[in-house]
Write a protein of this length. Structure first.
Length: 727
């Protein structure tokens, strides 16, 4: 209340203003408009030619409510032009309220432009330093400004005022605008005014941290003086930042000046825990050359001990450098860095002690590279640079190891379409380097997603593409990655779902019979490296896919559906081939009826188990694709023959027997004629001695042919025969 009363008596504007509010006469409006035109034509005109026009304007009218085409009043224009005589005339004659305006207070304009005489004059007539206002002058009004509607007519052009472009949405006081304009003489005037005796009943004396403000705004002239006159602020924190934090965002001279006057270089921000190294790399948005120069100075002046210190998110300066390049790569307004720039900066940090940052606990720098950087060439170069001192099994911030961070984007099939040949080569080389330095190929993401599952899913999604050439190119790329993983110890059987079943499920997505050749190649590769073709699929994983309508009807004929409750646990996951009869421990009855019932149950359980072998599963899947069965080249038989060559004897012939009985019971069909012929031929014909010998070798090597075939003392042709399961 006291402040309001004081303001009335200081300015007198409320007492002299027009009684009817802000209304002015039409004649006054015309005269002020004429004055605007005169100033636009001749900004340096003296006051004498204008006196006659000014004297005709009544004293009691509020001339500040009259605006030019841009929405600014005559006092704002006079101060902006540094027309001291006109400003003095307006202040003396009309006594306007210089502290009230929607934007661009006259004192703020004078401080920003460095018009010292106008500043002193305005202060004399009651302008208050602590008043906050936005600065729209001389450009467009802010969208938050009351005069925003004047922007449509804003065609006023003044060369003197075009050199600076400030954020016109910020509310600031005169001190801030003086520093924004780097006007040290004006700042001295304002500071001296602040040091005058303060009127007790006015608001509390404001506290200004001038050095912080000058460093934040990059006001070089002000900083040069303030480091001497305000030396107590050099190591003072304000709003979580020290002056040196702001200084590193500007030219090198700011940093050097503060260090010369005793600024501590090991300070950190409070919340984010940023060191000066973090600020230079991540916040400053400098060119690569300026960043390197500033890093060199900081490391020489005490920051070397902080080179491996993380911020609150666990990012060290090395991590910040990687993310900084990624933001530049994504074009987020950062200065352009070439890949050679980022490589040179990373090498510089590593040479000065940042090697420990690579293995940051819970935030692997390698994972950071693969997560943020898109250019695979840069990823490969960075990996080659950092791998010698790294542990590739340390997880990143999302809990996944680098190799999983690299592989997971492949799940999106669109990613592969945009990979050039060079990118694919770099991708495979990154995988190879990680594996050679100890990366675990059997790792998992969130305990259920493994590299093997990612690759198999990617191949399956790849089959949905329309171009056969693109499908083949992508398949070769994925297969090369899979071979690398298998050669470095990938376990084909260490998944929550059998991987061969997932491969068989790819039949659902095939668009052409040529895709069956790719499924065959993938199945053969997995079998060569230890995948078990003899497993029995569980009830839960197969579901209705195996028990199609035809099989259900065949089960009804066997009485299968009536006894499902008796043998609900048959054929569980992981059940071996020769353990199909789940009622082996049932007590044997003495009556013939009981023996007959047990025999029927055994037969039904046998069919149920045999129908859950992978071979049976594959055949059921292909019967749902007419174009596969009608293929004149019978391409689908390649996978059948592969299972025929690799399955154990009892498992194979039990499965073939059930298949034979199933299809013999069906009405002959042109569609299944070729399939039935193949099944009957294999069922009636035993495997040759050569095939059995190969199977014995395969089983004796624990089904890991690819890793051990070269240890066999066999001719090259026989090694190929054993390895590739040829006829």
């Amino acid at each position: 209340m006291g402040g309001s009363v004081s303001q009335i008596f200081r300015s007198g504007s409320a007492l002299l203003s027009h009684r009817d509010g802000h209304k002015v006469s039409k004649e006054t409006t015309e005269k002020i408009t004429t004055l605007f035109e005169i100033l636009r034509a001749n900004p340096k005109i003296s006051i004498q030619p204008l006196e006659s026009l000014l004297l005709e304007i009544p004293k009691n009218e509020n001339i500040l409510v009259i605006h030019d085409d841009c929405g600014f009043n005559i006092l704002q224009r006079a101060v902006g032009l540094n027309h001291v005589e006109l400003t003095k005339w307006l202040l003396q004659r009309h006594r306007p309220d210089v502290n009230r305006s929607p934007c661009s207070l006259p004192l703020h304009i004078a401080c920003l432009k460095g018009h010292e005489s106008c500043v002193e004059l305005l202060l004399k007539y009651g302008a208050r330093i602590e008043c906050d206002s936005r600065m729209c002058f001389p450009g467009s009004h802010s969208s938050n400004c009351e005069l925003f509607q004047w922007n449509a007519n804003n065609h006023y052009e003044d060369v003197e005022f075009r050199e600076r472009n400030f954020d016109n949405s910020k509310l600031q006081n005169a001190i801030c605008y003086a520093i924004d304009g780097d006007q040290i003489n004006v700042l001295n005037i304002l500071v001296q005014k602040l040091d005058d005796p303060w009127i007790p009943f006015r608001s509390k004396r404001p506290v200004f941290h001038l050095l912080h403000m000058a460093c934040e705004r990059g006001a070089w002239n002000c900083v040069q003086q303030l480091v001497v006159t305000r030396s107590d602020e050099i190591n003072l924190i304000k709003d979580e930042y020290y002056p040196i934090h702001h200084a590193v965002l500007h030219d090198m001279r700011f940093l050097e000046l503060l260090i010369q006057h005793g600024a501590v270089t090991t300070v950190r921000t409070c919340t984010q825990q940023f060191t000066l190294l973090h600020m230079v790399i991540f916040i400053a948005r400098k060119s690569a050359e300026d960043t390197l120069s500033m890093l060199r100075i900081l490391l020489e002046r005490g920051c070397k001990e902080l080179i491996n210190e993380p911020d609150v998110l666990g990012n060290t300066p090395l991590h910040s450098l990687i993310v900084r390049y990624a933001l530049e790569e994504a074009r987020y307004g950062y200065d352009k860095w070439s890949k050679w720039d980022v490589l040179h900066l990373v090498r510089f940090l590593l040479q000065h002690g940042a090697k420990n940052s690579i293995n940051q606990a819970g935030n692997s720098a390698l994972a950071c590279v693969f997560r943020h950087i898109r250019d695979m060439d840069v990823c490969f170069e960075l990996l080659s640079m950092m791998i010698e001192d790294s542990d590739p099994n340390i997880v990143g911030r999302d809990g996944s190891v680098p190799i999983m961070v690299l592989l997971i984007p492949l799940i999106n099939k669109d990613t592969l379409q945009h990979y050039t040949h060079s990118m694919k080569v770099c991708f495979v080389n990154c995988i190879r380097i990680l594996l050679q330095h100890g990366a675990n190929p059997n790792c998992s993401y969130h305990h259920n997603l493994t590299p093997l599952q990612v690759l198999v899913f990617t191949v399956s999604e790849n089959f949905t593409l329309s171009s056969d050439t693109l499908r083949q190119t992508n398949f070769d790329f994925i297969k090369n990655i899979l071979l690398l993983l298998l050669q470095h110890g990938l376990d084909c059987n260490q998944t929550y779902q059998n991987i061969l079943q997932a491969v068989m499920d790819m039949v659902r997505n095939v668009r052409d019979v040529s895709d069956l050749n790719r499924i065959h190649d993938l199945t053969l590769t997995l079998i060569q490296y230890g995948a078990d073709p003899n497993i029995v699929l569980s009830n839960m994983t197969t579901g209705g896919a195996i028990y199609s309508n035809e099989i259900a009807r065949f089960g009804d004929a066997l009485g299968l559906t009536g006894s499902s409750s008796e043998s609900n646990g048959a054929g569980g996951a992981g059940t071996v081939a020769n353990s199909g009869n789940t009622n082996g421990n049932s007590s044997v009855g003495e009556t013939a009826a009981t023996r007959q019932s047990l025999g029927d149950t055994s037969f039904r359980n046998s069919f149920r188990t045999n129908s859950r072998y992978l071979l049976f599963y594959y055949i059921v899947l292909i019967t749902k694709k007419d174009f596969i069965l009608n293929d004149p080249d019978v391409t689908f038989t390649r996978i059948i023959l592969l299972f025929y060559a690799t399955m154990q004897h009892d498992t194979l012939y039990n499965c073939l027997k059930s298949l034979h009985n199933f299809y013999v019971a069906q009405v002959p069909s042109k569609k299944t004629e070729q399939l039935i012929a193949v099944i009957s031929s294999l069922y009636r014909k035993p495997r040759s001695l050569k095939q059995l010998s190969r199977l014995a070798i395969y089983e004796s090597l624990n089904r890991k042919l690819a890793q051990n075939v070269n240890k066999l003392k066999l001719p090259g042709m026989l090694k190929d025969y054993v390895l590739n399961f040829d006829k």
